[in-house]
Design a protein around this ligand. Structure first.
Ligand code: 13P
Length: 256
């Protein structure tokens, strides 16, 4: 049985005061579900330390939204895995669609980041997903497979065990139009079968696959009810502690 895993990706939102209040709210409202659900929040880099403090002794994990693969040196503006660990990060998002499509990150760069994060002992959430035109052209499977094969290149089964996948169809992100539970399930199952082929079946059965893209309190239960949806990666709705907590509750109940 895979423990559900809900992540909150705050993206480039909040300020220092709001970030701390939100973290406190999440810690308080989610505590009762943490035996059944893993929860992490991913604030902007500059608020990581303040959020870590605000989370206090709660078991809500801290994650970063990105990382650079080099460990130190002349890489102006970048943040290393060691720095993330130093401020208390457990997770890191890698390959988010906004980094792929807005910042133009390549599969090769994403692969280097994944390798570096795993080596450093971080637990990566590796994001994949197709654009609307790719879905319309019937290329969803091909695109997602390629992102996973290139992203995971050279990563052995032992190392791959710390990875969570987030399937985030780009057309569903921030649009209010979520993938239907059936659409999510179809791609999640395909991803699990791909991992079984790339690695082995028992590892694939343990792999947690989150869905992301306009996930909210209203649709969390039906998404989580799908057999291969093991969690959610939540953008907008994670900025409200009450709504985020409602989604965590839905996840706890869906996988009883
Ligand atoms: P929204 O939930 O705002 O659509 O964002 C999803 C996402 O990109 C999470 O990483």
């Amino acid at each position: 049985m895979r423990k559900p895993f809900i992540g909150g990706n705050w993206k480039m939102n909040t300020d220092s005061k709001i970030a701390v209040e939100l973290a406190r709210g999440v810690a308080q409202k989610c505590q009762q579900f943490l035996s059944k659900v893993d929860v992490s929040v991913c604030p902007p880099f500059v608020y990581l330390s303040a959020v870590k403090n605000a989370l206090g002794s709660s078991n809500v994990g801290l994650g970063a939204q990105d990382v650079y693969f080099e460990s130190k040196g002349a890489f102006t503006g970048e943040i290393s895995c060691q720095m993330l660990k130093d401020v208390g990060c457990k997770n890191v998002l890698i390959g988010h669609s906004e980094r792929r499509h807005v910042i133009k990150e390549t599969d090769e760069l994403i692969n280097k980041k994944l390798i570096a994060a795993i080596e450093a002992g971080l637990l990566p959430i590796f994001c994949v997903g197709e654009l609307l035109e790719q879905r319309k052209a019937g290329k969803t499977e091909q695109v997602v497979k390629e992102q996973i094969q290139k992203g995971m290149a050279g990563i052995t089964v032992e190392k791959a065990k710390v990875v969570t996948i987030a399937y985030e169809p780009v057309w569903a992100i921030g649009t209010g139009v979520n993938a239907t539970p059936g659409q999510a399930q179809e791609v999640h199952l395909m991803i699990r079968q791909l991992f079984a082929a790339m690695y082995n079946k028992s590892f694939a059965e343990q792999l947690r696959i989150q869905y992301g893209g306009s996930a909210k309190a209203d649709n969390a239960a039906e998404l989580m009810a799908q057999a291969d949806v093991d969690g959610l990666l939540v953008g907008g709705a994670s900025l409200k502690a009450d709504e985020f907590a409602a989604m965590i509750k839905a996840a706890a109940e869906a996988k009883k």
